[in-house]
Design a protein around this ligand. Structure first.
Ligand SMILES: [Zn+2]
Length: 266
């Protein structure tokens, strides 16, 4: 049954040094879906403190810091564990493929396959009723100001995956797996020294971190204006890459690949 009036909350649970475990809460009944629990302890503490009931677990990809807490959470409450079908993660009970819709808190959530960081990576896109902005759990694919490293996939796969996410509605709220924003934006500024909005964003987010606030959520619109990995078609980004690397590639995917290499060395 779809629910047109529900207004979901997304709450960060901080884990390890820089992971975000996201809690997708329904204020009506205190049920919650937990995204990428790499550690069970902070989740269990949060559930007790806030009196939420675990309804299910969403996994974006198989990395340890995103799944290691699942077993211990299931020991407390048996709930479905959603995740990619082709995954080395053995904890998944509800395997998902591109284009499948699951229902979370009465809302449709679309599964988007986004290989690149890992081959099994998926993103969850929750279609909220207007005027609420849609919600995207992007895991380690699209970060605020950056993108995940290529551990398993190719640059072409990651480039395609990012393009899929960039095509989502502009106001979509992005909740990614790590607080990497400041480091990402410093690199972004090296790639685009004349992007005024990017400078302003780094200033705002530096202040947020100094106040111990998350820099998330971001939005698709903001990423398209300030994240160099979504701006490989912009002439100034291509020109900067030519200066940095000496290569004169003009294909968006080649520029993406050089940008990713440069960030790995940055
Ligand atoms: Zn990862």
């Amino acid at each position: 049954m779809l629910d047109r009036d529900v207004n979901l909350d997304v709450v960060p649970i901080c884990a390890m040094s820089d992971n975000y475990i996201w809690a997708l809460c329904n204020p009506r009944d205190d049920s919650v879906f937990i995204v990428d629990p790499g550690d069970a302890s902070p989740v269990l503490e949060w559930l007790t403190k806030t009196q939420h009931t675990l309804a299910g677990i969403l996994i974006t990809h198989h990395h340890y810091d995103h799944v290691a807490g699942v077993e211990q959470l299931l020991a407390h409450t048996m709930v479905p564990v959603y995740g990619p079908k082709q995954s080395p993660a053995t904890c998944i009970t509800e395997p998902l493929l591109e284009g499948i819709c699951i229902i979370l808190h009465g809302l449709e959530c679309l599964i988007i396959e986004v290989p690149g960081h890992t081959l099994d990576h998926i993103a969850y896109y929750v279609k909220t009723p207007a005027p609420q902005a849609p919600i995207l759990f992007s895991g380690d694919t699209l970060f605020a100001g950056g993108c995940g490293r290529l551990f398993e996939g190719t640059a072409e796969q990651m480039h395609d995956s990012l393009n899929k996410l960039a095509a989502l509605p502009e106001k979509t709220r992005i909740y990614c797996g790590h607080e990497y924003t400041l480091a990402n934006l410093r690199f972004a500024l090296a790639a685009e020294p004349n992007n005024a909005e990017l400078k302003q964003r780094l200033e705002n987010d530096t202040k947020a971190r100094a106040d111990n606030r998350p820099t998330l959520p971001s939005t698709i619109a903001l990423e398209k204006r300030t994240n160099p990995f979504l701006r490989t078609q912009v002439a100034s980004v291509a020109a900067k890459l030519t200066t940095e690397t000496g290569h004169e590639d003009r294909m968006s995917v080649d520029i993406f690949s050089m940008l990713r290499d440069w960030k790995d060395r940055f």
